[in-house]
Design a protein around this ligand. Structure first.
Ligand code: M6R
Length: 364
């Protein structure tokens, strides 16, 4: 059932090209994004004054990426909440709000409760769910399914990747309906989306590079993931994945925020994983890399093939294939997953069933 792999997590990481392809391709027809699954009309989309995203854990991290994507492409304000916080802060949610709920299992208690609260407040609800017929899918006005197939490992990988793929489809779809992107840009995103599965495959083909880096670092005590904008969102996911399955203490920080406190924790040999895929922010990220290096940090940089000059600033560098910058999170997450997997394996941890965790959290 593990298809020849030692762990479900490895199998699920390797299944990502197919999962992403299965999620994207049925929704592309004749060069257009067709979302037959949802009933939202252009007029309804135009009436939304904001999107409010609620989810937990890694699905919340997809939401953080989604905020940047929706705001940039569709120019709609987006809020992202951890589901367990959403209900108790008296959110300003009404008929003009689209509440976007993200959940692999469709059964997470906090997320389901937040969805019900959103409905009570009159919001329109749309969910991105992997399990057909689950409670969240049943209770939402509209559902877009991720076609990741069953995910067994507690640490999510292919569900995350397919949720992100749906976010891209939805954001580009909204942007086209709202007229915030040109037809040319619309067409180019569709072309870029089609290329994602093979680019993910390329990263997986070079997984030994990441295994090598894991062998260098599996003994560290603390890891800091830093990045800006989309790379900050990726830092959140990279950090959760690592601590969840390897029990190494790790934190994710917006790189510019380090000097407001956290940098005091950096000492000789502390591992900093610096995500720098966004060209506009590359120079700023390199300043942050210099800051931590000056305090003794060991820096592993992660960027795309467009930014090979990262090697000058970091101790080690990892590259993902070039792509439109907005889509790079879909690629950058893969080495982060592999790194966590190998570190956990080298430490002899129970990769598929980490201590204290359940696959589906059905208590609030
Ligand atoms: O089933 P859900 O997507 O609603 O689950 C949400 C979180 O519990 C989940 O993403 C969790 O954080 C994962 N174990 C992370 O790998």
């Amino acid at each position: 059932e593990k298809g020849g792999y030692e762990h479900f997590m490895a199998k699920e990481i390797m299944e990502q090209p197919k999962a992403v392809r299965d999620t994207i391709s049925p929704r592309l027809k004749d060069g257009r994004i067709v979302l037959d699954d949802i009933t939202l009309t252009k007029e309804e989309i135009e009436r939304f004054s904001k999107i409010s995203i609620v989810a937990c854990g890694s699905a919340y991290h997809v939401g953080v990426v989604a905020k940047y994507i929706f705001e940039k492409l569709a120019r709609i304000p987006v809020e992202v909440d951890v589901a367990s916080e959403f209900r108790y802060r008296e959110p300003v949610v009404n008929e003009q709000t689209l509440v976007l709920v993200i959940s692999q299992s469709g059964e997470t208690a906090d997320t389901l409760a937040a969805l019900r609260e959103a409905k009570r407040l009159g919001a329109r609800t749309l969910s991105i769910v992997n399990v057909v017929g689950s409670s969240i899918a049943n209770d939402s006005d509209d559902v877009i399914y991720t076609w990741a197939g069953p995910e067994i490992a507690v640490a999510t990988t292919k569900a995350y990747s397919t949720q992100l793929a749906v976010v891209y489809l939805l954001a580009v779809y909204f942007a086209e309906k709202l007229g915030t992107i040109s037809q040319e840009v619309y067409a180019s995103y569709i072309e870029e989306l089609k290329l994602l599965p093979e680019k993910i495959e390329k990263i997986l083909e070079n997984k030994e590079d990441i295994q090598y880096l894991a062998s260098k670092f599996f003994n560290v005590k603390d890891v800091f993931f830093i990045g800006r904008n989309l790379d900050y969102a990726m830092s959140l996911e990279g950090s959760l994945k690592l601590k969840e399955i390897s029990y190494i203490h790790s934190e994710a920080y917006a790189a510019g925020e380090l000097k407001h406190g956290t940098i005091s924790l950096i000492e000789d040999g502390t591992l900093v994983i610096a995500l720098a895929t966004q060209t506009k922010l590359f120079e700023k990220m390199m300043s942050n890399v210099k800051e931590v290096k000056a305090r003794g940090a060991m820096v592993l940089g992660l960027t795309s093939e467009d930014n090979r000059m990262i090697e000058k600033e970091t101790d080690y560098a990892l590259y993902v294939p070039s792509a439109d910058e907005m889509l790079l999170p879909s690629l950058a997450v893969v080495p982060l997953q592999l790194f966590s997997y190998y570190v956990s394996s080298m430490k002899g941890c129970d990769i598929d069933k980490p201590r204290n965790l359940a696959k589906s959290v059905t208590v609030e």
